[in-house]
Design a protein around this ligand. Structure first.
Ligand code: SIN
Ligand code: MN
Length: 222
C-alpha cells in the first residue's frame, strides 16, 4: 500500500491513490447511483440560504441540511423520500484499507462542486462516533482545500486535492476546521461537464462493540 505523503496531526494525504482507470470506474458508479438519488440543493439552517455545493449520499445514512431542521443524518433522500443508494464497493474497500477502524462506514456524502462552488470552514461534528476518521476521495478538478486546527482562529494551511487523491482526517485532525476555498476549473477531464466530486466517508453511530459505546450498569449479583 502507498505510504501517506504527509502526516500532520492525523491529517493524511495519499496523492494519486486512485489511478485513471479507478477514477473512471468510481465516477461511473457515482453517476449510476445519481439516478436513484439525484443531487439536491442543501440549505443552511435557519436562513435557508442555498449552499453552492450540490449533495447526495450513499449508504444507510446520509448527511442533510435544510432551513427547518438543520444539519443531521437521515436514512432517506430529502426530495425522493427513498433510501440512499448503496455505497460503491471501492469506497468500502478504501475504508477497510485505510481507516484503521473496526466498524463499517455508514454514510458517504457526495459533494458536487460546479465552477464557483466552495465550502466554508467547518468541523464535521454531527457524528456520534468521534473516534472514527473521515475519509475523503477527490475526483475531477483540483480543489484548493484548507485545513487548520480545532479552533476557527487557528492557523490554516492549503492543500491541493487532485483527482484520485485520498485524504483522511483522523486523530486530532478529526476535529480540525476545514473547507474548500475554490475549484481550479479545467484541471481535469474526468467529469464531462468539468467540476469536482468529493466523497467523504463517515461512521456516524458508535458501534455496539466499541469501548466508546455507553455501558449498561452492571447487574447486581444476587
Ligand atoms: C467536506 O468537508 O464535506 C468536503 C471536503 C472536500 O470537498 O474536500
Ligand atoms: Mn467536512
Amino acid at each position: 500500500m502507498t505510504r501517506p505523503a504527509s502526516d500532520l496531526d492525523g491529517f493524511r494525504l495519499w496523492p494519486g491513490l486512485l489511478d485513471r482507470a479507478a477514477q473512471e470506474a468510481l465516477r461511473d458508479e457515482v453517476f449510476t447511483r445519481m439516478r436513484e438519488g439525484p443531487f439536491y440543493i442543501p440549505r443552511m439552517p435557519k436562513s435557508g440560504a442555498p449552499m453552492s455545493v450540490r449533495m447526495t449520499n450513499f449508504g444507510p445514512l446520509g448527511w442533510v441540511t435544510d432551513k427547518e431542521q438543520g444539519y443531521r443524518y437521515q436514512a432517506t433522500h430529502p426530495e425522493t423520500g427513498r433510501p440512499w443508494a448503496a455505497m460503491p464497493p471501492k469506497v468500502l474497500e478504501l475504508w477497510n484499507t485505510l481507516s484503521g477502524y473496526d466498524a463499517p462506514p455508514e454514510a458517504c456524502l457526495v459533494n458536487l462542486y460546479e465552477s464557483d462552488a466552495r465550502m466554508g470552514l467547518h468541523v464535521d461534528s454531527d457524528e456520534d462516533a468521534w473516534d472514527a476518521p473521515v475519509l475523503s476521495i477527490s475526483l475531477g478538478d483540483t480543489a484548493l482545500f484548507r485545513i487548520g486546527g480545532s479552533l476557527r482562529s487557528d492557523a490554516t494551511r492549503s492543500v491541493r486535492l487532485a483527482s484520485g487523491d485520498v485524504c483522511m482526517l483522523g486523530g486530532a485532525a478529526r476535529r480540525a476546521y476545514h473547507g474548500v476555498d475554490r475549484i481550479m476549473n479545467g484541471t481535469s477531464r474526468l467529469l464531462p461537464k468539468g467540476g469536482r466530486l468529493n466523497l467523504t466517508v463517515r461512521r456516524v453511530t458508535v458501534p455496539q462493540s466499541s469501548p466508546a459505546a455507553p455501558q449498561l450498569p452492571e447487574q447486581a449479583s444476587a
